[in-house]
Design a protein around this ligand. Structure first.
Ligand code: ZN
Length: 505
């Protein structure tokens, strides 16, 4: 590196470090707000978070960063594509070019609109009154289109919105892929739900909170979650957050009458956290120090929650321990009964309560409706009815009201319409592709799970996925690790094998 490039690269990294730190401070404010802050802190906290985020944004779109990126272009081009330096410059440029296309006045207006819409939604949902949010959603849709139009080269109007969380994923790929998945899942759900339902009453007894939390922590410690660089606290809606690569936290929610709630949310968030804890330390302070997309992130949370945490080998080891933790509740419940209970498949109305299989149908419904709205093929006034029809068609049930229908998820009421849902199902699909590859290279992973050991799996994930952070796009990463593009085949194989053993399908 010539000394000129060295100085410019260092200056770029220093500026990026400041942006990163401001964003991590905003994350800390948000974590505190949703865990420990007393209600009286709310007004000031909203203002403080907005200020820090604005400062981070201003620092990032500083023309000096653009100048440094231009000056460093020949240096980047002289380096291998996957070198750390070239990747820092490349990913920074991608994010910078996107950020400067959106006028700050637009973002300010949109944020203001979203915060009002969110407040209205918190009242409209309990009141079961879609008409309260309708005029706000009309504006949200207009803003969403306007935001997409800052990227006029798009192939589909939803593509720029998808780019924000799942960079490079296109409607032209996702729409047929999701339709293929839907066509495979609808008859599968039909076949399963026409049989006697699994008895999951063993999960709905009284399970004291402290014991639930202790069991969950014990398991994720075995997964490899590093408590010197993390901790778990309680919140309303579980999430993972990061203040630096040395401080990656998770939150959970406990229901004393439902054993699965805290347990699987803990496994899920720990999966997100393992990804972030596994990123190469050298990336700290740069745009590479983060998971590469919401879909890949979700692939890791789902992998630990479902492919590991809802598997038979896993429970062959952990069920006796769970029984010892709750002898009165589970002492007389067989492993088979418990295993069937945690893998119960049923037609349900609420996405966040859905099982591993039907979950995707909930997501696909939302994804298809978003596209219809953005394309102008559906009006917002018709949305509640379209929601009901699609639920009947794909899931065989219809919500009795909008509260548990079109008003159930926060996404459309706290952000754009478009780009918010695809990551969940992409995560399930990619988790299968990654997990199948890991098992192919290391068939001993299943036997290790039977012994409560996860070292081979965790190391494989770190080496192939975690350490790279955001260096590769989701498509690049998938190809590099599995040799394949996105495909639902491994996912369908996994579901047929697992549920074929539980049901006649
Ligand atoms: Zn998640």
């Amino acid at each position: 590196m010539s000394s000129n490039y060295a100085a410019q690269f260092n200056e770029l990294k220093q500026r990026l470090q400041e942006v990163y730190d401001l964003n991590r401070v905003a994350a800390l404010l948000h974590w505190d707000q949703t865990t420990y802050m007393p209600p009286g802190g709310a007004p000031a906290r909203g203002r403080q978070t907005a200020l820090i985020s604005k400062l981070a944004q201003e620092k990032f779109v500083d023309p000096e960063i653009g100048r440094l990126l231009d000056a460093l272009r020949p240096y980047e081009e002289s380096l291998p594509y996957d070198s750390d330096e070239a990747s820092i410059i490349r990913v920074t440029r991608r994010e910078y070019e996107r950020a400067v296309r959106i006028p700050p006045e637009f973002m300010a207006m949109f944020r203001q609109h979203v915060s009002v819409t969110y407040t209205v939604w918190t009242k409209a949902r309990p009141a079961n009154d879609f008409s309260m949010v309708l005029p706000y959603l009309e504006k949200t849709l207009a803003y969403s289109r306007q935001l997409a139009e800052f990227f006029p080269e798009h192939e589909h109007i939803a593509d720029p919105l998808i780019d924000f969380s799942d960079y490079g994923m296109r409607v032209s790929t996702l729409r047929p892929l999701f339709a293929q998945l839907r066509d495979a899942l609808v008859p599968l759900v039909e076949a399963i739900t026409s049989q006697p339902p699994a008895d999951d009453s063993c999960l709905h007894q009284h399970f004291p909170e402290e014991k639930q939390l202790a069991f969950g922590l014990e398991v994720i410690k075995r997964f490899g979650y590093d408590f010197d660089r993390g901790r778990q606290d309680k919140t309303h809606h579980p999430f993972m957050t990061k203040f630096s690569l040395g401080d990656v936290r998770i939150t959970t929610r406990v229901k004393e009458n439902d054993l699965s709630e805290a347990m699987f949310s803990t496994f899920h968030e720990a999966g997100h956290a393992l990804y972030e804890q596994g990123i190469k330390m050298d990336y700290e302070g740069t745009p590479l120090a983060s998971g590469t997309s919401s879909g890949v992130h979700e692939s890791q949370s789902r992998l630990w929650e479902n492919y590991v945490g809802r598997s038979r080998p896993f429970w062959e080891h952990f069920y006796p321990q769970l029984q010892a933790t709750f002898p009165e509740q589970l002492g007389n419940v067989s492993l088979e009964t418990f295993y069937r209970a945690i893998n119960k498949v049923q037609r349900s109305l609420i996405r966040t309560d859905a099982d591993e299989i039907t979950y995707n149908l909930h997501v696909i419904i939302r994804f298809e409706l978003e596209l219809d709205l953005l394309e102008g093929n559906l009006s917002l006034a018709e949305l509640p009815q379209a929601w009901r029809e699609r639920y009947r068609e794909y899931l065989g049930i219809e919500p009795p009201d909008d509260k548990d229908g079109v008003l159930q998820d926060v996404h459309w009421y706290s952000g754009t319409i478009g780009g918010a849902f695809q990551g969940y199902t992409l995560g399930n699909i990619m988790a299968a592709q990654f997990f199948e590859k890991a098992l192919e290279e290391h068939p001993e992973i299943e036997d290790e799970m039977r012994r409560g050991e996860f070292g081979t799996l965790h190391t494989w994930l770190k080496e192939n996925i975690y350490q790279h952070g955001a260096k590769y796009t989701p498509a690049e990463l998938l190809k590099r690790v599995t040799g394949q593009d996105l495909t639902i085949k491994p996912y369908i194989r996994y579901l047929r094998r697992k549920y074929g053993e539980l049901y006649e399908i």
